[in-house]
Design a protein around this ligand. Sequence first.
Ligand code: HEM
Ligand code: HEM
Length: 440
Amino acid sequence: MSGMRSLPLLLAFALVGCAEVGTAEPPTPRQASATPTLAITSPTAGETLPLLADAPRTLSISFDVTDFTLREPGTCLASEAPCGHVVVHVDGDACNADGADFNAAGAGSPVGAALLHCPESAGAHTFTLTLANDDRTPWTGADGAGVTASVAATTEVPSLYERLGGPDSIRGFVSAALGLHVLPDNRINAYFHNGDLDLSFIVDCLADQLGEAAGGTEEYACRSMLEAHAGLGISPTDFANFVADVEEAGLYGGVGPADVAEVVAILESTEADIVEDPGGDNSLYQRLGRRPGIEAVVDQFADALLADLSLSPFFVPDGGTGPVYNARTGLCITRLICAIDGPCDYGEGTEPELEGTPCLSMRDSHVGRTDPEGNAIALAHFGRLADLLVQELDAAGVPPLDQELVVGALIPTCCDIVGDNTECQALFDSVGVDLTCDGG
Ligand code: HEM
Ligand code: HEM
């Protein structure tokens, strides 16, 4: 549209210019007949320049324009003609974003060309600037010719290390990934919510590892991946969840998607040394569906427990001072099952719900407990509670052998839970397990 508008405007300027020749009037600000010029001042021909360490992989192109008013698209005034902006093409249309028919546009020097969409960001490229009308159509003079300038130059992509912003940004990224994405992620946080885990040490190690792999000067000096993860029984799903959390942290933290993809590729290269349980079925913990699976069973178990007439009185508030089954109780039972052969260290929990007091031992949580009528925990209660747990494991589709593994792991706790240890001894003898309550 403004292309169509500009010709009459130019003519008008020309007429005014003619009329003013030889008069005492001041000259018009611009020689209407002058043809705009456009010259690229940077990069210069054949020069090699680094791209910015930003997501679009920008190269700044500086240029000079004469006899043309530069304005943001759509903001030219009729009196400013010829007016418009500069449109950038890189390698013709090879570097346009999907669906666009140009690479970039700008109303002043420098203008940023984005090389992210080129088949290769680094290498030889031709940068072409074109003067465009307000509506982005190419500006053309009275003779129908447009105004363009081109330069051939070579670009270099900064290292991933630079693109991630150097050491402090990388540490910040890793720290956010572990602290804000992995720790709250129930799918895998059982590995990280143990008191003996030094999270800030792992952050330091991971930051060095990533820094080194990304091209920085860091030297990774912590344990090898094989050594650090030996015995953890990590499955491919754990691994994928961990990587997805780091990926999410990058994207949330403003790291460009292409750079996040490179970080992901670095992490993924370690998979063979980290995953120990390729089928995700070596441990009860994995087969139960990791923490989310265990939690689901424990939630159902809690409902059944509180609906049970013989057990619920032990858990009902006693004038406001007695015990209740709450989120902490559920979490501790979850940790107990997770600790059978999974990553939880039962009494070392650091989940925020525990408010700094790790789950108590079976003895400390049950010794001296009675219902409101003063009845101690008896073997019948213990057996009933175990039955309810089996019932919920069964309802969740846990196969009988795994149900037995859970119950088998809990049976020894009888001595610490049931007031009268001789009852437990009788239980052990009746099911044929070689256990002895050590008194207390
Ligand atoms: C994706 C690639 C991964 C990388 C690059 C990585 C890197 C690291 C590093 C550098 C350490 C510290 C080494 C040291 O203590 O000397 C570490 C420790 C640890 N990682 Fe990973 N890790 C990855 C995946 C995972 C996954 C998927 C999990 C579990 C879901 C996990 C759980 C742990 C745990 C629990 C430790 C502490 C071990 C201990 O202190 O004994 N890691 N990891
Ligand atoms: C296999 C058997 C049992 C297991 C594994 C078990 C496990 C647990 C765990 C993990 C806790 C939470 C500890 C903490 O908060 O630090 C707990 C608390 C408790 N348990 Fe048990 N328990 C069992 C049997 C029983 C029985 C038979 C009774 C009573 C009939 C009972 C009554 C209680 C009560 C009243 C609490 C305190 C609830 C609270 O304040 O959180 N438990 N138990």
